[in-house]
Design a protein around this ligand. Structure first.
Ligand code: NAP
Ligand code: SF4
Length: 680
């Protein structure tokens, strides 16, 4: 179906080699890079994506020396012996017809270790270590390390390297006056500040020869104060082209930027316009990036002339066969990345191996294998939320005969609620994926059917998987029952299904769902995740041709309601949210003037509102005069089928929220369900 995605699937001729299409698998640190013992896993991880048709894979970052480490003993490529250990990776990718480049990542002041170096001795806001300012000789040593790393990559069989020059890392730190306060030949004027990348790329080209890909990742929109101006971006791009780069890839936002750049609330292809601005300024191919997660979006971006290639990292974690499916007319079977960050980036920041919420095999390809079942069985899966869907589809994919029961009239469970939250529209894609899998695999799905124990026993199944999920916890606040009847107290389920909510609202419980409901209520039904101009205004993203780094004052629309978000713990609200996304939710609610209060007791509810007190001594009683109180106090497992089925001698498995409701989350539910399904 090349006709359907003619731009995306067109080969890219680089002269000495040809990439089979315009998909670049963007660099994504998985943690597997950090120890050679993980390399066999890395081999399979990349080989699967190469078999899936990716044009050019870029590895996670490897440091060119220990000063450039991400963290102590992080992955680096500095010796011939290390290069030899990479051979199986490059061989496997080549055997699958792919191309692969090694990313050279020097973290500079972002290094999480005491050996970190930088242009100037200025600590970053996101790391505890103050870097050492390099001498001129020290800078020379760093350049030589980059060049040697590239030569070793060539020796290891890579088709090229990506020089990481963006996201606020070492090279970027030289470029921006924000972090480069030097007064020698490496600081001051822009010509001096950009000397470092120009030297690195130019000398790398000399060392590796003409037939080796050099991708330069150029920060086109820093999103930090005192970032690069657009003239500087263009000047650098031209210089980099002149000294021998093959492709320029786009970098958006430093890691310390306070603007979200890849979270699910960022509109799709939100930054493709930035790359487009550079088109025509250089002749080499440009690659655009960030929140491009379907072949349709990727095709559109290319058709609109924004770039010559698209970079996708997380979408290829979610589905290694993304390209092959698009090419064979099966785009509706793609398991789409929902940009949640929960199993990929959040894991990396917790120093765990990256995986994917919607595809638990990512990063675990050698150990979580969906092999054809040896003994085929009849299996009933009860509940079609994320856990039930993952279980049923993996089981059926392995050859088992699966019947799926769901009390509601549609599949999805809690995802049907999540998709209604502004900024979580992507969750719909997971449901589309599962619905299509059910169709393709011929799973017998009984929607609108509450399976009873008698029915399941009579069905004579070999196994029953209970994935019946959760029910909202009732926090049993005095007077709540009466006010519930008056429509003044609602559960989050009612609210997300559209129950009328007043102007002043108290939310009881500030977990993931409390935050989601607060966003739902202040948004007034308008999601900026599907309105790029509104999103840019809200987060203060502007044209870098007008404002350095693309930062302009944010313009926040007034909140649709006055919201109080409450919890009993005295800890800051939102502490348990995702590591890389929690700050976005907190910042979004602060901008909408949501009042967050911790350490409260819920004394009672009456027609005037919610009565609170503080602390163990129930001090400082106060009344929150609100029209509506929304309960978001967590969940309890729903598993009443378990006991009667066990009593009848059936083999029963519990997965997802039905197993453990506390801290229920889709990542754990899908992972647990898929692992069970791989075993049965
Ligand atoms: P949760 O994260 O466990 O939060 C429950 C909230 O209710 C807490 O704030 C808790 O705080 C409060 N609570 C618990 N028992 C209570 C009681 N008896 N009375 C009053 N308050 C009580 O659960 P959730 O918000 O329902 O979310 C469920 C899961 O969905 C999350 O764990 C998360 O994994 C996932 N999720 C994540 C996100 C995200 O990260 N963006 C968004 C949505 C859902 P106190 O005990 O301090 O009062
Ligand atoms: Fe995408 Fe979430 Fe998977 Fe990461 S964990 S790849 S963001 S779906």
């Amino acid at each position: 179906m090349t006709a359907r995605y003619p731009h995306l699937l067109a080969p890219l001729d680089l002269g000495y080699t040809k990439l089979r299409n315009r998909v670049l698998m963007g660099s994504m640190h998985t943690g597997l890079e950090d120890h050679p013992r993980h390399f066999p896993r890395l081999v399979e991880y990349f080989a699967e994506r190469a078999r899936g048709g990716v044009g050019l894979i870029v590895t996670g970052g490897f440091a060119p020396n220990i000063e450039g480490w991400t963290s102590p003993f992080g992955g680096r490529l500095t010796t011939h012996a290390a290069a030899a250990r990479h051979r199986p990776i490059t061989d496997a990718v080549h055997a699958a017809g792919g191309h692969i480049a090694l990313q050279i990542l020097h973290t500079g002041r972002y290094g999480y270790h005491p050996l970190a170096v930088a242009p100037s001795r200025i600590k970053s806001p996101i790391t505890p270590f103050t870097p050492r300012a390099l001498s001129a000789r020290g800078i020379e040593r760093q350049i030589r390390a980059f060049v040697r790393c590239a030569s070793l990559a060539r020796e290891a069989g890579y088709d090229g390297v990506e020089v990481m020059g963006s996201e606020g890392y070492f090279i970027n730190q030289f470029l921006a006056a924000h972090t480069n306060h030097r007064t020698d030949d490496w600081g001051g004027s822009y010509a001096n500040r950009m000397r470092l990348p120009v030297e690195i790329v130019g000398r790398t080209r000399e060392a590796v020869g003409p037939d080796f890909i050099i991708v330069y990742r150029l920060s086109m929109l820093d999103l930090v104060p005192d970032g690069s101006s657009w003239e500087e971006v263009v000047q650098l791009a031209r210089a980099i082209e002149r000294v021998g780069a093959t492709i320029i890839n786009t970098g958006i936002g430093w890691h310390e930027a306070r603007v979200p750049t890849i979270a699910t609330s960022v509109p799709r292809a939100a930054f493709a316009w930035v790359t487009k601005k550079l088109r025509g300024q250089v002749r080499i191919p440009l690659c655009t990036t960030n929140r491009i997660n379907t072949p349709e979006v990727a095709e559109q971006v290319l058709a609109d002339g924004c770039a010559d290639m698209v970079s996708m990292a997380r979408p290829l974690l979610a589905d290694p066969d993304f390209v092959a499916k698009a090419a064979s007319g099966r785009a509706d079977e793609i398991n789409t990345c929902i940009a949640c960050n929960q199993a990929c980036l959040d894991h990396v920041f917790q120093r765990r191996i990256a995986s994917c919420l919607v595809n638990p095999r990512a990063g675990h390809e050698t150990e979580l294998v969906y092999a054809p079942a040896v003994a085929l069985r009849r299996i009933a899966v009860v509940g079609a939320g994320p856990a039930g869907l993952a279980c049923a589809t993996v089981l059926a994919g392995r050859g088992h005969r699966v019947e799926l029961f769901e009390a509601a009239g549609e599949i999805g469970g809690q995802f049907n609620l999540a998709k209604r939250v502004p900024g979580k529209e992507e969750f719909q894609e997971t449901l589309r994926y599962f619905a299509r899998r059910i169709e393709v695999l011929g799973i017998d799905a009984h929607l609108g059917t509450r399976a009873t124990a008698e029915q399941l026993v009579a069905g004579g199944y070999d196994e029953v998987v209970i994935a019946t999920g959760v029910t909202p916890r009732d926090p049993r606040i005095d007077g709540a029952e009466e006010q519930r009847r008056a429509g003044r107290v609602l559960s989050y389920v009612d609210v997300l299904h559209g129950a009328p909510v007043g102007r002043r609202v108290a939310i009881v419980g500030a977990g993931g769902i409390g935050f989601d409901v607060a966003e739902f209520l202040v948004s007034g039904g308008h999601s900026t995740a599907v309105d790029l101009p509104a999103w840019m205004a809200e987060w203060g993203v502007g044209d870098p041709g007008v404002a350095r780094g693309g930062l302009v004052p944010p313009r926040i629309e007034p909140a649709a309601r006055e919201v109080y978000l409450l919890q009993r713990k005295a800890a800051p609200l939102g502490k348990g949210l995702g590591k890389t996304t929690g700050w976005i939710h907190r910042a979004a609610l602060r901008a909408k003037r949501v009042t967050m209060i911790g350490g409260v007791n819920y004394e009672r509810v009456d027609e005037r509102g919610l009565h609170l007190s503080y602390g163990e001594a129930h001090e400082k009683p106060m009344l929150l005069e609100v029209d509506t109180i929304v309960l978001c106090a967590g969940q309890e497992p729903l598993r009443e089928l378990e006991a009667p089925l066990r009593a009848a001698g059936m083999t029963v498995h519990l997965v997802g929220g039905a197993d453990v409701a506390a801290e229920l989350d889709a990542k754990r539910a899908i992972d647990q369900a898929a692992r069970l399904a791989a075993r049965l």
